[in-house]
Design a protein around this ligand. Structure first.
Ligand code: BGC
Length: 715
């Protein structure tokens, strides 16, 4: 359909039909799967809904799309949206876990696979990627994004958009991506979901906007404003950011879709008195589609007659929605990509990728005396703890159309991998409640074992939306249970599942090894077995700083220097009861090899502004096992007009090294990447010295350092 055909359609539409295109309704879920809500069917027939969320699968989609294209007056197809956040039928690791792989190609591949599965189920748009930088693990939604760093977010976001959208949206195996939640949501006060956010213009521009800029540059089709307000202006009504920044500065041309019920919530935010005002504020700020609040349907006609909006403003949004339908090829093929009723979803085909992603998302945090990988001889293994055989929890929050019966649990994976071992299992304790019969059977099993695997952590609904916590400890009675197991003195490996770092220093002091597994998805158990048995070397690295205590939060490597840096002196920037350093730095993660870094070389030492700096470092694997290493490249400008962060991430590189192997890793840093907003917030590369720091994590004591100099006014 051409632009003039969209014009023709617009000229035929009644006001109610126009507003209908801006109305997104949710269909409910029944216990057996998604159902079409009666109301939604009626609304679709009457042209009062232009898109739906939470409807998927061949029969539901066929039924509702038929109502739209056969029974509604103008026969406009629906957009069906769904939260395909880390997989659809196949569940990949949660985003925070997948970020630990530090591999844009993997990030893209899992989004591509998710898009294929979702599109085959009739989904045309996903509400992902989520790019909310978060430095506060109390906030439950930290699990939905790639951690604390804007550079990682930008690469992750662009990779996800490429993966979801493919080369063009008219390819029926793609889905339109919606980058969310625009913007600042991850800075919720005190880590409490939906709470207010406030930040300087500089922080907004340096940290929170660049990920969105990257997703938009990658062609992201839609943007979702956050529920939260930014310095008093709710994002759903934030004209300066939704229009001036998003459309004018960032050049976004797609559709803005509100979050669930967010338009009506403008009343509770205290910026609108009624639905008409709420609707007018959102529409005029740039929100095209009202997800599920009914404010556009009920409030816009009134707003129009009160002069709060114009018909032209409504039509601008309708046009954007119709253009997206056109880009998706829905006018030509409303059943776009939908599989036949009997055709199987693509789960089996995507399991190898899910296993690889899961393997590469786990982070080996400690491995005392190289207890891992486990010995090759037959062993008596005791798996204990509530997450050892927990198929539902393996999926994490936002598990799409995933089903627990398709999850391979840790127990199953290990039993399949080591049939020569006697592997017993006892829960011992629930995640949040006592186990019937108490922990005795589990302690008995552990006492008699050669190796204990303690599978503990959070249940999947303890992170994600509306799942903030004030503590970063082990929930329920798990700490007591873990202490009792560790007190047995058996060699013990902890498999820690969680949607955030857990501040449990005592666990790391006592356990022989700890593997952070986040929520690894459908192939969790196979991936765990690959790593524990040494069939694969662990390679995940922390995408966020792991605190010692919740009292250190927010803690992140990109903080600014203090005039009184922490030292032995009393009047310095520190705590009197704990070190200021984290338990594990951003980027930390062990592999089975032992890698030494040497001879950093940075060329040229006085680069011109259009140069690319070549940074190389020698790595040597001095261990007896293969190593999968990730090398991080940071910069710091020690003196500048506006104090710069202590470290800024500018690159990373992954390298595999056989035992005894030595190799040089080479990273390229364009001088233009050194630009930052000056005192007037205009971005430029300031002249002067820049430290180039390379190493295995953001722990400064482990970084090699060289200095380059940029000339004043140099070409
Ligand atoms: C969440 C969004 C999500 C939407 C639709 C909201 O509650 O904040 O992230 O996309 O629901 O499910």
């Amino acid at each position: 359909m051409s632009g003039s055909r969209i014009d023709a359609l617009l000229s035929e539409m009644t006001l109610a039909e126009k507003i209908g295109q801006l109305n997104m309704l949710a269909a409910g879920f029944s216990v057996t799967g998604p159902i079409i809500g009666g109301d939604a069917t009626g609304a679709v027939r009457e042209g009062r809904a232009g898109s739906l969320l939470n409807v998927f699968g061949p029969s539901s989609v066929r039924d509702i799309q038929r109502v739209a294209i056969e029974e509604s007056r103008l026969k406009i197809p629906l957009i069906l949206g769904f939260d395909v956040v880390h997989g659809h039928r196949t569940v990949f690791p949660v985003p925070l876990g997948e970020a630990a792989a530090f591999d844009p190609a993997l990030w893209e591949a899992t989004a591509r696979a998710s898009a294929r599965e979702a599109a085959a189920d009739g989904v045309a748009l996903t509400f992902a990627p989520m790019l909310d930088v978060s430095r506060d693990p109390r906030w439950g939604r930290v699990v939905e994004g790639p951690g604390e760093d804007p550079f990682v977010h930008a690469l992750f976001g662009a990779a996800k958009v490429r993966g979801f959208q493919g080369d063009a949206l008219d390819d029926p195996s793609t889905v339109a991506a919606t980058v969310k939640h625009f913007v600042g949501y991850g800075a919720a006060a005190a880590g409490r979901d939906y709470a207010s956010t406030d930040m300087s213009e500089r922080t907004l521009r340096e940290t929170y906007l660049p990920p969105f800029q990257a997703a938009i540059a990658a062609g992201c089709a839609a943007v979702m404003p956050a529920f939260s307000d930014l310095s008093g202006v709710p994002m759903t009504a934030n004209g300066p950011l939704l229009t001036s920044w998003l459309r004018r500065e960032a050049g976004f041309e797609g559709v803005v879709i509100s979050d669930y019920n967010a338009v009506a919530e403008l009343v509770a935010h205290g910026v609108a008195t009624d639905l008409a005002e709420a609707a007018a504020l959102a529409l005029r700020a740039g929100v095209d589609v009202d997800m599920m609040s009914g404010a556009y349907e009920r409030g816009l006609p009134d707003a129009l007659s009160r002069g709060l909006v114009t018909l032209a403003e409504i039509e601008t949004s309708v046009r954007r929605v119709l253009q997206l339908k056109e880009r998706l090829g829905l006018f030509d093929d409303p059943m776009r990509g939908l599989r036949d009723q009997g055709a199987a979803p693509l789960l089996a085909e995507h399991r190898p990728l899910a296993r690889e992603a899961a393997r590469r998302s786990a982070v080996l945090l400690s491995n005392r005396n190289d207890i891992l990988p486990i010995a090759a001889n037959p062993l008596r293994i005791a798996m204990v703890g509530p997450l050892g055989d927990a198929p539902t929890d393996m999926m994490g929050s936002w598990s799409g159309a995933g089903e627990a019966r398709d999850s391979v649990t840790f127990l199953r994976g290990l039993r399949e991998a080591r049939p020569d071992c006697d592997i017993g299992y006892a829960r011992g304790v629930g995640v949040d409640e006592a186990e019937e019969g108490g922990p005795d059977a589990a302690l008995e099993l552990a006492r008699a074992a050669d190796l204990v695997i303690l599978a503990i952590g959070e249940a999947r609904d303890m992170s994600g939306e509306a799942a903030s916590r004030t503590g970063l400890d082990l929930p329920g009675d798990q700490a007591n249970f873990a202490r009792a197991v560790l007190a047995l003195g058996r060699p013990t490996v902890v498999v820690l599942s969680s949607g955030r770092p857990l501040a449990v220093p005592w666990l790391f002091e006592r356990a022989d090894a700890v593997l952070a597994t986040w929520f690894l998805g459908s192939e969790a158990g196979h991936a765990l077995a690959d790593l524990l048995t040494g069939r694969a070397a662990p390679s995940g690295r922390l995408p966020l700083t792991w605190p010692r205590s919740v009292g250190q939060v927010p803690i992140f490597f990109g903080e600014r220097p203090s005039g009184r840096p922490a030292s032995d002196g009393h009047y310095t920037s520190k705590y009197i009861d704990l070190p200021t350093t984290p338990l594990f730095a951003f980027g930390h993660g062990l592999t089975y090899g032992h890698v030494r870094y040497a001879s950093l070389s940075v060329e040229p030492s006085r680069p011109r502004r259009d140069d690319a700096i070549s940074v190389s470092v020698e790595l040597a694997n001095e261990g007896v096992h293969a190593a999968e290493e990730t090398v991080f490249l940071f910069v710091r400008k020690p003196v500048s007009r506006v104090a710069r962060p202590l470290l800024e991430l500018k690159g990373f590189l992954r390298m595999g090294l056989e035992p005894g192997e030595r190799a040089r890793g080479v990273l390229t840093l364009p001088v233009s990447a050194l630009a930052f907003p000056g005192p007037d917030l205009t971005s430029s590369v300031e002249p002067g010295d820049y430290e180039i720091l390379v190493g295995p994590s953001a722990d400064r004591t482990r970084l090699l350092r060289q200095v380059v100099h940029i000339e004043e006014g140099g070409a």
